[in-house]
Design a protein around this ligand. Structure first.
Ligand code: MG
Ligand code: MG
Length: 256
């Protein structure tokens, strides 16, 4: 079942979305060669708790940490560790919050120091595809309009769309209906309606779309070892225009 949110619920979801956005910016300030992914995780947990909220991922299906930190060939769901970031790495930081009974969920892929031109382009194209998808989040469109817009933007570059993981509805649970795939056909799928809140989150690989699961049961790697990028924002479907609840504005101020 797809829930349409009341204006009051949407404002609580917006509070969550803004806290996640600010947490990602705090993490972004610290991303540099030498920092361990566990240090980034602790910083995010403290920041979220200092704002009266709880980490949304911690304990979710048994996930052990606040952030999913996915470096280079890791697509999503990397577990924070003693690994220290190196110049040239890319790291997807995916963060969730729980506040007033609702969730926030957003992700951004950061460059560690200077990255090569190929990696820069992968990040740029993936982020662009997210905004192409968001532009379709309008009452009366279908989920497939979002999916198609994302896929159609990245595949001409030779990139591929991960099939195993998809975007989702968001509300009083982290993952709700509908699924929002990053591949598909225009005019297909569930109809988007005013008041639906969804997370759009392209996961785009530089090479093959194929992935495999690490033995830890969480970490998803690209099959060919090439890099992957991931960006996620929360959007409320409205008539005529999408209402984007989360933002990259705080992040992009600190990484400039
Ligand atoms: Mg996420
Ligand atoms: Mg999500």
């Amino acid at each position: 079942m797809i829930t349409l949110r009341t204006d009051e619920e949407i404002e609580i979801l917006r509070e969550n979305a803004l806290l996640v956005s600010k947490t990602l910016a705090e993490v972004g300030k610290r991303i540099q060669p030498g920092v361990s992914t566990l240090e980034l995780d602790k910083l995010a947990e403290t920041f979220i708790r200092d704002h009266g909220a709880a980490p949304g991922f911690l304990g979710y299906n048994g996930f052990p940490n606040t952030l999913c930190l996915s470096v280079n060939d890791v697509v999503v769901h990397g577990i924070p560790s003693a690994y220290r970031l190196k110049e040239g790495d890319v790291i997807s930081v995916d963060c969730g919050t729980r506040y007033k009974g609702y969730y926030g969920d957003s992700a951004y892929t950061f460059a560690v120091g200077e990255i090569n031109e190929d990696a820069k382009h992968l990040l740029k194209a993936t982020k662009e595809s997210l905004f192409k998808g968001i532009a379709q989040a309008i009452d009366g469109n279908r989920v497939g309009d979002i999916s198609f817009a994302i896929q159609n933007h990245v595949e001409p570059f030779g990139y591929s769309v991960v099939r195993e993981m998809v975007g989702h509805g968001l509300g009083s649970r982290m993952h709700e209906k509908p699924d929002v795939p990053n591949f598909g056909h225009r005019g297909h799928g569930k109809r988007l309606q005013n008041g639906m809140v969804i997370c759009i989150e392209p996961m785009i690989n530089a090479g093959t779309k194929d992935v495999f699961m690490d033995e830890d049961g969480w970490t998803l790697h690209t099959r060919d070892g090439k890099k992957s990028a991931h960006y996620e924002l929360t959007v409320c479907v409205r008539k005529g225009h999408p209402d984007v609840l989360s933002t990259f504005e705080f992040i992009e101020k600190v990484i400039k």
